[in-house]
Design a protein around this ligand. Sequence first.
Ligand code: F6P
Length: 468
Amino acid sequence: MVSEHEVRPAVRSSAQVLVASNRGPVSYTLETDGSLDAKRGGGGLVSGLSAVEDKLWVCAALGDGDREAVRRGVGEPGVRMLDIDAGVHADAYNGIANSVLWFVHHMLYQTPLEPVFDAEFRRQWASFESYNRAFAEALAEEAGQGAAVLVQDYHLALVPGMLRELRPDLRIGHFSHTPWAPVDYFRLLPDDIAEQLLHGILGADRAAFLTRRWADAFIGCCTRILGGTGRTRIGVHGLGADAGFLRRRAHEADVDERMAALREQTGPGRRTIVRVDRTELSKNIVRGLFAYRELLDERPEWRERVVHVAFAYPSRQDLAVYRDYTAEVRRVADEINAVHGTEGWTPVVLHVKDDFARSLAAYRLADVALVNPIRDGMNLVAKEIPVVSDHGCALVLSREAGAYEELGSDAVVVNPYDVSATAAALHEALTMADDERAERTERLAAAAVALPPQQWFLDQLDALRREA
Ligand code: F6P
């Protein structure tokens, strides 16, 4: 399945620590002059892995630039990018991972009409199997004797089982960065597919999750569908924020510049309700806007005195449902501005172009952070904002976010479907006394950094080596 163009290392790397994920730590763009521009990504896994020396990251080529890089033999040391056939990858990533598995674990279906498991689904599932097999084969080829292999996420749920057959000597871990569906919802999947997915992950020595709740849901599925989890151990590792990096980065000059620009946009003296998300269906951005609209409708005293700063960065735009959702976010924001806006006041400041420095600027100046996902594996924004906040920030947090397990006691907690309750929570957060807000922010920040990314990764590695 991996193309014959792919350049493989002449000597087997025999790495002792391997990580596998769909999206890798680097991506390439093909420029008009034919050159390749490399962009390095961030995130918990990248920073977690920096703690380990002898490692290999196996990932998929995601776009034309990545494929061209593989063909030209351009690459980063310690990264092997798999040039899986583009059609197979699209079926596996967009068709199965994003449109089925993501929907199941985040409970996103509108069930009267979806999901539909038909012949087209079976065709895409065959691609999903091939794509997982390509990873399993590459890992089997690269891993040194007895190496530890850490497989990431729902995209690669079949890899542990496949790899176990190819290389019984390896220590295999699987980590889910998403929630896990409760068993009744998981059983929307065809029975054989549900079993295959569970068996796939149970091919690992350890299956780990971000919270106890998601781990218990997985155990519940295994127990009800398969009769148990077999020899696989279950772990919980709640990824925290990277305080050192964030605090340093948040005080660089470009962030200060963006703070000044944002203050200009919000107007002097106004309170800010900040949200920063990918425009992801599970993030519940539209209901967040509805709640803000209800706040302005029901409590006119806030008009002209508050601004909702909403950053909704593009995500999965190959899928029509994501494009439609993005359009709906814009439409509702525009509508609020049209109904409530005045000459000197724009009630919603919406930005859709990804800009990390601007996100940090918004984190620093937020009076209230709105994190109201329908369901979320963890939600690092909820952890990052209290860490970099300049003068304390009240957190309105969904009880369906993984972060709720660690942050719930100092947040204003909401049911993400209850728009009126969210509007009331925004009011409560906006009126929180300064000293209480400061105290809560301090406790939120302490909880948020309890397990920094490097320790998070090393703990998993240790447990895998110890328990396997
Ligand atoms: O945030 C959960 C997560 O599963 C991450 O682990 C993963 O990187 C991401 O979602 C997948 O998003 P994308 O489809 O943009 O790669």
